[in-house]
Design a protein around this ligand. Structure first.
Ligand code: FE2
Ligand code: FE2
Length: 293
């Protein structure tokens, strides 16, 4: 595993307290040929739900990078500039890794490629019609979702990872760790260059509805293709895991609502300890990365 360190010492800026972790770029380059299609707890719904999510990531991550690059040259803070470079490096590797997995699933007859093409058309339209400020706001909101999901997997429900096929566990753990590390980068760029709270709130409402719509549609599509549409047992189990008591979405509720607060910052949700534990467990990184300033 190759690593490049974006920042190895505390930042000498006034916002140093809001950048409490090192952001590292790591390559995975794993082979998923042996990964079963039902890689999550041997369950169709859970596996296909997260496979559908994976299908949106390569083009999604590229759009995140694009939106931050629109502002990159305006940033003079050397720490934030370094963090943007690390953010871009991490997201580029995520896109590549999920692409390897998605291609394999497409070869097995799941339409991860169609999901990706649909997302690509949507982002093409956004690039043509939305302002740079709006594109960055979209990214900030989507990054809050990835940060909440990462925190759920790493902190709130780490036993969930144990139910995954080992290669997929490594993939999602690595991705979740890096999403947690860079969760404030797009936000800090937005705050410095746009700083329009109401735009962010409006965008969050829209992005939430959009994600819910896409995820429902994509999960239904993959379940139909896999011949599992009428697998009531799997739907029940999966929906309980996502929406039931202690499920992923209810567990995110507080953090989600916090986003609408005027003084919100991603590092107010301080998950440095579970992040450090996850880095040791999944990446074998024993050096303290969750350093307090
Ligand atoms: Fe990512
Ligand atoms: Fe991200």
């Amino acid at each position: 595993m190759t690593t490049a360190t974006a920042r190895s010492k505390p930042a000498a800026t006034t916002r140093a307290d809001q950048r409490p972790v090192e952001i590292r770029v790591r390559k995975m380059g794993k082979d998923y040929a042996q990964t079963p299609s039902y890689w999550f707890d041997n369950d169709p719904f859970l596996s296909l739900f997260f496979t559908a999510f994976s299908a949106t990531l390569p083009v999604g991550e590229k759009q995140f990078i694009h939106s931050v690059r629109l502002f990159q040259e305006r940033i003079s803070d050397p720490v934030l500039r370094e963090e943007i470079r690390a953010f871009i490096g991490q997201e580029a590797h995520h896109a590549k890794e999920h692409d390897s997995f998605n291609r394999l699933m497409a070869e097995r007859g799941l339409s991860t490629d169609r999901i990706e093409q649909r997302m690509a058309r949507m982002f093409e339209w956004i690039r043509e019609h939305a302002s740079p400020e709006q594109q960055l706001a979209n990214t900030v909101c989507a990054e809050h979702f990835t940060a909440m999901m990462a925190d759920y997997m790493l902190s709130k429900s780490p036993e969930l990872m144990e139910k995954m096929d080992p290669a997929m566990r490594n993939l999602w753990a690595w991705h979740a760790i890096e999403e947690a590390e860079h969760k404030a980068v797009a936000f800090d760029v937005y705050r410095q260059e746009v700083n329009d709270v109401w735009r962010l709130r409006r965008t969050m409402v829209f992005i939430s509805l959009s994600i819910a719509g896409h995820v429902t549609f994509d999960a239904l599509q993959l379940m139909r293709e896999a011949g599992e549409l009428r697998n009531v047992k799997s739907w029940r189990k999966g929906l309980k895991q996502l929406f039931g008591r202690g499920g992923m979405f209810p567990a995110m509720a507080r953090e989600y609502l916090d986003f609408y607060r005027r003084d919100f910052h991603p590092w107010q949700h301080d998950n440095r300890q579970s992040l450090a534990r996850a880095r040791a467990k999944y990446l074998g990184e024993t050096t303290s990365s969750a350093t307090l300033h």
